[in-house]
Design a protein. Structure first.
Length: 350
């Protein structure tokens, strides 16, 4: 039997180490193209997307490089779902409401009229069965969706005239989106989806009577208060929070080692916490600035909010009749919220 001298053993060990080092060096990093539905410069809407791309790259030590791609460079925002599903892109940064036309059920994982705030929403997603329902909805499309960010409540909108009763919505032309737009349409309003960079002009020339876009810290950057005399209404009944998703091709996800999958989930959890904290911190100063510039800030009267909520429940029933997925997920979300209400009403000061 052949025996090895110590010098030979050392040489063999050194060769093995060199081979392993070379193997690691030869392993090319995985590269993902993550197309965004929002401009990278847009506060939270886009900046949280830039953050997640950078943080995944950093936490993986450049073994998973995620490139943030601006809207329309590869695909238009409302087509990102199909682009990722068909492996044209590895990932996208968006919000599930954008896929409303495919199935209204997707919107229930983004923002819900009179719906949960960020804490309640993420509690349902993580521990109340929401994540499993979401996975069932995305899986047939070959997609993975991970909650990866959140925003504070939106404002109720900018109006050219006062809203004193529910009938005051009738006939108004208003920029509105997704489930909130469905509610306003039921009340006789004419909802329109207009790009943010055209809203200022549309309000100024009378093409729009009202507009809702986002939370105060974003609205103030659009300078709606410079249009003229507008009423800025609260609360944002239609969007008490907005959840963002990292939308991933199933094939791209399964190609990742388990360690890198864990890194992506960890980075998204940190991005979610960052979004909630940042969103809460920015709103008060924004509202004070808007008020100082002369805008009249109002709250919707209770009877108006009651009428809006009644209309929303009618819309939810209609969507449940059209979509089995919506019916199933809406029922599950409602059950969780009814139970959670016990804790919210006892545990928190109001």
């Amino acid at each position: 039997m052949q025996t090895f001298r110590p010098v030979q053993l050392i040489l063999i060990w050194m060769l093995c180490v060199m081979w392993n080092v070379q193997s690691v060096a030869d392993t090319k990093p995985i590269e993902w193209r993550m197309s965004s539905a929002f401009p990278g410069s847009a506060l939270q809407l886009g900046t949280l997307g830039r953050e997640i791309a950078r943080n995944i790259t950093d936490i993986s030590d450049n073994r998973l490089k995620v490139a943030f791609i601006e809207p329309n460079v590869i695909e238009r925002p409302f087509r990102l779902f199909d682009a990722v599903s068909k492996d044209k892109l590895e990932a996208a940064w968006a919000t599930p409401s954008y896929w409303f036309q495919k199935d209204p059920a997707f919107a229930l994982f983004s923002s819900v009229p009179f719906g949960p705030d960020p804490l309640e929403f993420t509690a349902w997603m993580s521990y109340g069965g929401g994540a499993a329902l979401r996975d069932e909805l995305y899986e047939p499309h070959g997609l993975i969706s991970i909650v990866c960010g959140a925003m504070a409540p939106e404002a109720g909108g900018w109006f050219r005239r006062e809203i004193r009763q529910i009938e005051d919505f009738r006939g108004l032309k208003m920029r509105a989106f997704c489930l909130g737009a469905q509610v306003l349409q039921k009340l006789g309003m004419n909802p329109q989806l207009i790009a943010h960079d055209k809203l200022h002009t549309a309000l100024q020339d009378g093409s729009l009577d009202a507009a809702e876009f986002s939370m105060p810290a974003i609205d103030t950057n659009l300078r709606f208060d410079q249009v003229g005399q507008l009423y800025y209404y609260f609360p944002g009944w239609h969007q008490q929070t907005t959840l963002f998703e990292l939308l991933i091709s199933q094939s791209a996800w399964l190609a990742l080692p388990r360690a890198q999958q864990a890194q992506v989930r960890t980075a998204c959890a940190a991005n979610l916490a960052r979004g909630i904290a940042q969103g809460e911190a920015l709103q008060a100063r924004a509202i004070l600035d808007i008020r100082e510039r002369g805008t009249e800030i109002r709250k919707f009267p209770p009877q108006v909010l009651n009428g809006l909520e009644k209309a929303w429940l009618e819309v939810a029933a209609e969507l449940s009749a059209k979509s089995k997925n919506f019916a199933r997920i809406w029922a599950a979300q409602t059950r969780f919220r009814e139970e959670y209400r016990v804790w919210r009403e006892l545990g928190y000061l109001r």
